[in-house]
Write a protein that binds this ligand. Structure first.
Ligand code: BES
Ligand code: ZN
Length: 854
């Protein structure tokens, strides 16, 4: 085996090294002469040297470009071509730079820069992809207006801003809003559109389009409605209007991420915009609505106000995730959205924050910025804003945001700018709060209580375990929403926000006739791990009586976790009281079906593994799997007599509508069907599969059957019906791996990689198989090591084609230190094998090194 150390250490970039670019960019003109293997890009850029620049060097980023010619003020120049770009002698007065380069979009499998997907040209420039299109100061603090001319034979030629002219084989666009290059976009293809219009509150008429490949035009209506709702919501809630004459969305099949907020021309992974009842599940509809909103909201939080440098990424992403969550809460159910977000936070961010990849929401160093589009930057970044809002109050939050938009419109900003706005709007010192942006790790809050003479005291102690590079942590500001219930279930104290600022702090509540039951961390008011000695009886009490829906669900979740832990550790039977509580809840028709579905959804096996690890027990994935199976089987038996009635009562009649109420009922119905299938072997599921006229029910039935190892016929039928639909085929690929038993998961996944429709170059398809393998906890961690080996082999194969997607998927190994030494040894072999790969990308190299070191 080769030495694992790279020949040259990749460069590390530091926040502290920030220096502004030495030139203003006054205007950018680009001409694209499109050809699949030899696109010519002509740039004409007006630069003006800044006086007293900290860094006066003229350096333009450039990667994988063939320079044809370069001129300054019309005279040919010979720039110095170096690794990652070029430098050149320049006049000390304003000048015009012109360059012509050639690029090869058809060979671009990394899907960054200008590439081709299903015959169309498209771009992805965030974070540093524009440098693969032409030489440019590719950094977010360099903002300029862009004028674009596209020459090509495609029927549709799109770029940012407003259209300024078009003819046979060409189109021109002008974007009047200065923007960083990462927001540049171009699309060219034989596309069709789903058009609409929106009138802004000041009366501006905006043309809206969703552009898709012919055949997909019937899957645009839902996305269009979501867009119009988002535009209205941002006006109503944040006072933000759209600022161009046209807003275009394009669906592309090959895309590394979900979607991208390019100014006036959002580009979407087709999985995140195309929807129809026959091909999309309720979860797909909800995600599409949220992501359309997210990218639209970036127009103000990201585009009009952007980031000074990529260390500030959470300035736009955390805020925009926070905004899209508010939107979803308003469109659907606030508590359900909160519970879903906390489940996702614990599934994705907590493992990151408690493992080798832990980093603060604003990292201070990186090798490859693409590796920092993380759950911490996004989800914890959003949680930090939620805490800020809680700490200053809703009115102050609104005032601070008004000031933010007023003060910083048109600027590239920092977290300091963001917090200063809150300080100025509220008069509050936020220096301690700022620690949330610089400290990694999930704080633990240990709770103890005391009751005497009508006075009830809660004492909190906070501490954060060490994370890579940060051995010691200072106490943070932690807003804890707390309510008190009397022993008979009445709320005796409504929610109060207690603010922790010290390592240890007590709060006393007087005048209580009896010792209350506390409901702590209501609405999950801070992203912390609460630790408190309590009983299952008290958890069951909160599950039945808490007035805060989040904490009601949380009590059920804690019970589920406890019973799973005792099953694994002590070989105990499922907790009878918890089973009774679940039964009562499921049958309570006064409760929101979506909420009941969430209470019925078990904690993930990976989460149980983390809980065991936190308690000093080495998790055995097979035992965790067995406990989950036993629990579900016992619950099914307990509910046996009521399941058919519940199934019937939660079946939605009439034509499918993707609304929140119907989705909630179908979610509950799906949970019930999966339990029912454990008893009837799949009779009801087969009937449902047969009758289903929408993907939610078809998929739920197929999943239940496959889990019962009784879905061969339906799986084949599903394939026959949907083989022509890429997005539905992704579901088919993923489901087989997700439903596979632990001992067969790797083999099933391996076989699927040989399938004629498996395509390494399509990130959705690759993720369908390999993501599902990593998500099948007991399968991925099977003692044979087959899961580890298969994932590593595929990551190695993908790395030379698509480093970004490869590097992201390395995170499947981040939890390796939780497991026993045999598994750790197996994983180490695979990680070292990846690291020893010749010409390994910088992306994957950084991820694997950090996972190994942490
Ligand atoms: N700006 C990102 C897309 C992006 C991320 C492009 C990284 C290039 C590199 C976009 O706004 C985004 O955050 N998209 C998310 C979905 C969103 C709903 C959180 C995504 O693509 O997953
Ligand atoms: Zn975003």
């Amino acid at each position: 085996m080769k030495d694992a150390a790279p020949t040259t250490a990749p460069e590390t970039f530091y926040l502290k090294d920030y220096k502004p670019f030495g030139f203003e960019v006054e205007a950018v003109e680009l001409t694209f002469k499109l050809a699949p293997n030899s696109t010519r890009v002509l740039s004409k850029i007006r630069f003006s040297p800044k006086k007293n620049a900290a860094d006066p060097r003229f350096f333009l980023h450039g990667e994988a470009l063939k320079l044809i010619s370069a001129k300054i003020d019309g005279a040919p120049v010979t720039p110095d071509l170096v690794e990652g770009g070029l430098s050149c002698e320049t006049p000390d007065t304003p000048f015009t730079w012109e360059a012509e380069v050639e690029i090869d979009p058809a060979a671009n499998t990394a899907l960054e820069g200008l590439y081709m997907s299903s015959g169309m040209y498209c771009t992805q420039c965030e974070a540093e992809g524009f440098r693969k299109i032409t030489y440019y100061p590719d950094r977010p603090d360099v903002m300029s207006t862009f004028s674009v001319r596209i020459e090509g034979n495609e029927t549709v030629l799109l770029s940012n801003g407003n259209p300024t002219g078009a003819g046979e084989g060409w189109a021109e666009w002008h974007d009047p809003w200065p923007k960083p290059a990462y927001l540049f976009a171009l699309v060219a293809g034989d596309l069709v559109n789903h058009p609409d219009r929106f009138t802004t509150r000041s009366g501006k008429d905006v043309e809206l389009n969703i552009w898709v490949r012919p055949g997909d035009e019937g899957k645009c209506a839902f996305g269009m409605e979501a867009l119009k709702k988002s535009m209205k919501w941002d006006e109503d809630v944040y006072g933000r209007e759209y600022d161009l004459d046209i807003f275009n969305i394009v669906a592309v099949d090959d895309f590394n991420m979900g979607a991208m907020e390019n100014k006036g021309l959002n580009i979407f992974n087709s999985s995140c915009v195309l929807a129809s009842p026959e091909t999309s599940t309720d979860a797909n509809f909800e995600r599409i609505e949220a992501i359309i909103a997210h990218e639209y909201f970036h127009n103000w939080t990201g585009n009009r106000i952007t980031c000074r440098d990529w260390f500030q990424l959470c300035l736009k992403e955390g805020l925009t995730v926070f905004r899209d969550a508010q939107f979803t809460a308003d469109m659907r159910s606030e508590p359900v959205k909160r519970i879903e977000d906390v489940i996702a936070l614990r599934a994705r961010q907590f493992p990151e924050d408690n493992g080798p990849l832990a980093h603060p929401p604003r990292p201070e160093q990186f090798q490859e910025i693409n590796n920092f589009y993380t759950a911490t930057v996004y989800e914890k970044g959003a949680e930090v804003i939620g805490m800020l809002k809680r700490v200053v109050g809703d009115d102050n939050y609104a005032a601070a945001l008004d000031l933010y938009f007023q003060r910083h419109d048109g600027q590239a900003c920092t977290i300091e700018d963001w917090l200063k706005v809150f300080e100025d709007a509220t008069g509050r010192d936020l220096s301690q709060f700022k620690l949330w942006y610089s400290q990694a790790g999930t704080p633990r809050v240990q709770v103890s209580e005391d009751y005497a003479d009508g006075a009830y005291t809660l004492t909190f102690e906070q501490s954060t375990p060490p994370t890579p590079g940060q051995p010691d942590k200072a106490p943070r500001v932690i807003p804890l929403a707390v309510g008190l219930l009397s022993p008979n279930g009445d709320e005796v104290r409504a929610t109060d926000v207690l603010e922790l600022t010290e390592a240890k702090q007590s709060f006393t509540f007087d005048g209580l006739a009896a010792k209350p039951v506390p409901s702590i961390l209501r609405e999950f008011s801070a992203p912390v791990i609460l630790k408190r000695e309590t009983s299952n009886a008290e958890r069951a009490f909160l599950l039945a009586h808490d007035t805060d829906p989040f904490n009601r669900w949380e009590a059920g979740n804690a019970l589920a976790t406890e019973t799973r832990v005792t099953m694994v550790v002590e070989g105990a039977a499922p907790d009878a009281a918890y089973l009774d509580a679940l039964e009562t809840l499921v049958r309570d028709d006064t409760l929101d079906p979506a909420f009941r579905a969430l209470v019925l959804s078990p904690p993930s096996q990976s989460e149980i593994a983390q809980t065991l690890h936190d308690r000093g027990v080495t998790p055995d994935p097979q035992k965790i799997y067995d406990a989950a199976e036993t629990f579900a089987q016992t619950l099914a038996q307990q509910l046996e007599t009521s399941l058919p009635r519940l199934y019937a009562a939660t079946t939605v009649d009439g034509p499918y509508q993707p609304d929140a109420h119907g989705a909630g009922l179908r979610a509950l119905n799906g949970r019930i069907l999966s339990l029912l299938t454990r008893l009837d072997g799949g009779e009801q599921a087969a009937r449902q599969y047969q009758a289903a006229d929408n993907m939610t029910q078809q998929y739920a039935a197929l999943a239940a059957l496959m889990k019962a190892e009784n879905g061969e016929t339906q799986s084949q039928a599903f394939f026959d019906q949907w083989q022509g639909d890429r997005l539905v085929m992704d579901k088919w690929f993923a489901l087989q791996v997700a439903c596979a038993a632990p001992e067969t998961a790797a083999a099933v996944a391996s076989k699927l990689t040989d399938h004629a429709l498996f395509d390494m170059k399509n990130p959705n398809r690759f993720r369908a198989v390999m993501g599902a393998l990593a998500g099948n906890h007991a399968g991925f961690h099977h003692a044979s090591g087959a899961g580890y080996q298969l994932l590593a082999e595929n990551l190695i194969a993908l790395d030379s084609l698509n480093p970004q997607t490869t590097a992201r998927m390395c995170a499947a190994f981040q939890t390796w230190k939780r497991y026993d030494s045999a598994r750790q040894a197996l994983i180490r072999v695979e990680l070292e094998r990846i690291l020893a790969t010749e010409d390994l990308s910088r992306d994957t190299h950084e991820m694997v090194s950090r996972i190994l070191q942490g």
